[in-house]
Ligand binder design. Sequence first.
Ligand code: MG
Length: 466
Amino acid sequence: MTSSLLYGFKRIALGLALALGFCAQPLAKEQLNFVVIFTDDQGYGDMSCNGHPTIHTPHLDRMAHEGQKWTQFYSSAPVCTPSRAALMTGRLPVRSGMASSKRVVLFPDSAGGLPQSEITVAEVLKGVGYNTAMVGKWHMGHLPRHLPTTQGFDSYYGIPYSNDMDRDPSVKGNWVTIGKTSPWSIYKVPLLQNEKEIERPVNQNTITRRYTQQAVKFINENKEKPFFLYLAHSMPHIPLYASKKFEGKSLNGIYGDVIEEIDWSVGEVLNTLRKQKLDKKTIVLFTSDNGPWEVFKTHGGSAGLLRGAKGGTREGGMREPAIFWGPGNVKSGVVQELGSTLDVLPTFASLAGAKSPDDRAIDGYDLSDVLLNHGKSPRKGMFYFGGAQLSAVRSGNYKAQFREENGINPKPLAKPELYHLGEDPSEKYDLAAEHPEIVERLAKLGEELKATVKPVPDQLVPRIAD
Ligand code: MG
């Protein structure tokens, strides 16, 4: 055998060994990028692919068609601050002190925020080499010690709390009317770049467009490295404003205009990924922090056929529009399995080859088998908190409601209610009298969960002036 032939055999053998994974150093699997597009107070019914008749969302519809649309995907709280804390940490917000029975969310006078001891999804991904950016509404503490740059994000561009806060105190009157009719200049909300204030009050007509530009810029600048982008729109939380291109254009009034601008923004992000040939290397999740703000009527959205709204623990308060997209990775279709924003950290960690924290209770599950293979979801239930009170428990198709649906300190109901969410997604027909044993089983699950929650300082109570 000639030496050149021998060399040829060696090369083939080495190639085979590499292909079969016999090499001493395993080949690094290409890391997927992750994008979370999070809207504020968008209802379950507020996209055309979820049946809305007068809001047109072609980009979300295409995203749903190419990706996975989830029909039973939950936030872990019916209001902003705790919901966001759960998304970041994979933990029920009562565990981090970000759910309170005394104050509903963080305000501009709040001194608290997501504790540094919490581990965020950005920190987990940074640990395996990701570049990270946050664009949009944070609402997990606005003092420098709580901003995104202290919680695993390399950069931040956005507003630190809700767009209806910091209202000019000289503007008096009914808050619903003010919220529906006033110019953005009465809300002295700052726009921050990292820790620095760059505009105040923030121009809310252009905010969705500017967030989008920042998101697109970050993707373009990070096409060579794995990245995590958290794009949290301030809209459609009231007060509602759209840019000139969208104002007055939808059939649904200003609420529809705002959603249609967000839909455009989703299109810009996905098109940038396609253009940079990152679409097959990226997983994008689109979802919302809580249900629609019903008290604002046409300025609040719609939970579709679900009962209840923002602030409540009926389905409409916490079940969200949700789409996972990732051509070539996420298997397309409609998913009726259970999922939650609590599952984002474990799922992304698993897909990135990172470890979820194992020194604390994690309430999320790894959904990667559902995303990649249409497998069964490991999530089989959901706990619904009103403030820091456990109000309802879902296990399989059954949901027991133990406390009032609304408020931060919901009182126990005179009698628990029971619904079959498969046959009765609108929670209309109480089955508690027929199935007391199921109510008892779900109550026990709730007690078992509560026993695992260690008391921690309430982050929503301390004020700067204290
Ligand atoms: Mg919200």
